[in-house]
Write a new protein. Structure first.
Length: 319
């Protein structure tokens, strides 16, 4: 606030002290050119560099085919992202922001057009003599072989959560999507990072059977799919207070539960930054540690949303 007022020439010292500080901030994190590395009818892959400094995270913003603003939070260590769910033959403008301490430090933009819809190839499977579909099918077969999902397993169950594990014996995926129906029959979708091999699904109902579908996603397309059933535990019945001297068998279990509760404790959840279309949250873990976190909330239309977070994280930006 003092910089615009320091127009009087007899005070050279103040601008000199403040200018280096202001100039040091942009140098700390600088975004390189944003470029398009691949395009399909429904997705765009973007790459960028960080020639100087580093960023805590990135935020990619654009408008979808209906003109609605979309925001995609990206980890600070990433230098590429695949934007799925786009419309074919449409021009999009992408804005990439570099964030430090919850503030936008730098920004780069790019325009690109998605590929044309492959309408001519789909309706003609009966015409065998054509060679184009054969070439395309071998290409898609190669993609399927390249990335394969292993059989999922249920590793732990509580009355309100199920933990799932899986493997990727061949290739790799950009991301995963876990889909299931809740106790009321409403469909739920949980996006998962491509490097993850486990997820904890929380907010479930006790003694309920769930059918989980895990999809492996590559360049915005579902490449492989595996399913598994999981049944949540019965609700824990707390012993009546009148029966204080129960059998000794129950006493160790009770103390074990107390120990596990003390072992991992969440600190206060606070808001670190706010924009018109996002909120930055921070928290602490004063005791113990967690495998992962799940942030749940309802969007502007009242639809439940769930955001999985890595166990080592202590902050998240909700776009």
């Amino acid at each position: 606030q003092e910089l615009p007022l320091s127009t009087e020439e007899p005070q050279p010292e103040k601008p000199q002290t403040e200018a280096p500080t202001a100039e040091a901030l942009p140098v700390r994190g600088v975004l390189g050119e944003l470029r398009v590395s691949s395009v399909t009818p429904s997705s765009v892959q973007l790459h960028w560099s960080v020639p100087q400094g580093s960023f805590d995270s990135f935020m990619l913003q654009y408008r979808d085919a209906h003109g609605q603003p979309q925001a995609l939070p990206i980890d600070g260590g990433s230098h590429s992202v695949t934007v799925p769910g786009l419309s074919p033959s449409r021009r999009y403008r992408f804005h990439l922001y570099g964030l430090q301490g919850g503030k936008r430090i730098d920004r780069v933009s790019i325009d690109t057009v998605t590929g044309e819809a492959e309408a001519s190839e789909g309706p003609l499977p009966s015409e065998e003599p054509q060679q184009k579909p054969k070439t395309d099918s071998t290409t898609s077969d190669a993609l399927l072989v390249q990335a394969v999902l292993g059989e999922p397993t249920v590793s732990s169950v509580t009355p309100s959560s199920v933990q799932l594990h899986w493997s990727v014996p061949t290739g790799s995926f950009d991301s995963f999507m876990l889909q299931y129906r809740d106790a009321h029959g409403q469909p739920q979708a949980l996006p998962i990072d491509g490097g993850s091999r486990s997820v904890t699904v929380s907010g479930l109902s006790p003694s309920h059977r769930y059918h989980f579908h895990l999809y492996g996603i590559h360049r915005g397309k579902r490449i492989d799919h595996v399913s598994i059933y999981g049944i949540t535990d019965k609700p824990e019945e707390s012993p009546s207070p009148s029966e204080e001297p129960p059998t000794e068998d129950n006493q160790p279990e009770h103390s074990q539960t107390e120990v596990s509760l003390v072992r991992a404790v969440l600190g206060e959840l606070r808001v670190s930054s706010v924009t018109p279309d996002s909120v930055g949250l921070q928290w602490s873990v004063p005791e113990g540690s967690f495998d992962s976190f799940v942030l749940q909330y309802r969007d502007a239309h009242g639809q439940p949303q769930a955001l999985p977070i890595h166990g080592g994280s202590r902050s998240v930006v909700v776009p």
